[in-house]
Design a binder for this molecule. Structure first.
Ligand code: ATP
Ligand code: MG
Length: 263
């Protein structure tokens, strides 16, 4: 049985389709990369999995199963118990993961203690160690910070730290490295790969950066207007894309050059 299995999933917002009969699965310890142009439905996939579609979003059909359990018709109590320790989420807008009027440290403690009774010192030690591995300088200062004192890239890594502290079996990561410079991005990618090797964490990774996808994904799902145009092993999809849309998506990367003077 796959860890996660989505079958013919359709979602709409106010009647407008956003996902159209999407099927994919993720095995235990596997990294699935989701790519596709802006608006293709990548974040919507992750939101369905976490029950965070919002009031305008509706599941129009299909099923989502986590270890065989129906994730669509689950009670909110059961969902709360799963989210965090089983299924961790890193949001595209990292700042939205934190309450703006409380310092980072107490928020991280609260997140962990909602699921496990761990002494505060131990949470602080684990968090600072994780922050250091994710390339955050001066983790002790980050622990004391207010969310507004963190840059976009710092918030992104603290959001990742919050999710990883709970040691989820499945991590859903929406553009977790988009605000990071190349060196730090590499460090975060290496840390995520190390955690996967050590803990067997499966990851659904949404990223525009094909370098990150190539470095991390075992398999790739290519989304276009809410449908899968292609899915398969990472190297097959990246090096021998079958659909013209995937080819265009790959070619768009090196074509981002400075236009000639006067253009
Ligand atoms: N809360 C919402 N209400 C109405 N429409 C929405 C909502 N969220 C997303 N949509 C629409 O659903 C479609 C898919 O959006 P989604 O955010 O999943 O795309 P995405 O692939 O994550 O894009 P990006 O790469 O820009 O993050 C888009 O047409 C978007 O306008
Ligand atoms: Mg998105």
């Amino acid at each position: 049985m796959p860890l996660l299995q989505t079958t013919s999933l359709s979602v709409s917002y106010d009647g407008q389709p956003a996902l159209r009969g999407l099927s994919f699965s993720v095995e235990e310890g596997e990294i699935l990369g989701i790519v596709g142009e802006s608006g293709s439905g990548k974040s919507t996939v992750l939101k369905v999995l976490t029950g965070l579609l919002g009031p305008s979003g509706q599941i129009a059909g299909g099923s989502v199963r986590y270890q065989g359990r129906d994730l669509i018709h689950i009670s909110s109590r059961e969902r709360r118990a799963l989210l965090g320790p089983e299924i961790g989420m890193v949001f595209q807008d990292a700042r939205s993961s934190f309450c703006p009027v409380r310092r980072i440290g107490p928020q991280l403690c609260e997140i962990v203690r909602a699921h496990r009774s761990v002494p505060k010192d131990q949470i602080r030690r684990e968090a600072l160690d994780l922050m250091d591995k994710l390339g955050l300088e001066d983790p002790a200062r980050v622990w004391e910070s207010w969310p507004f004192q963190l840059s976009g890239g710092m918030s992104q890594r603290v959001g990742l730290c919050a999710a990883l502290l709970l040691r989820p079996r499945l991590l859903l990561a929406d553009e977790p490295t988009s605000a990071l410079d190349v060196t730090v991005r590499r460090q975060v990618v290496e840390e995520l790969l190390r955690l996967r090797a050590e803990r067997g964490t499966a990851i659904v990774l949404v990223a525009h950066d094909m370098g990150v996808i190539r470095a991390m994904a075992d398999r790739i799902l290519v989304l276009r207007e809410g449908s899968a145009v292609e899915q398969g092993p990472c190297s097959a999809v990246l090096d021998r894309p079958q659909s013209p849309y995937t080819q265009a998506l790959m070619e768009a990367v090196p074509h981002l050059r400075r236009p000639p003077e006067g253009a």
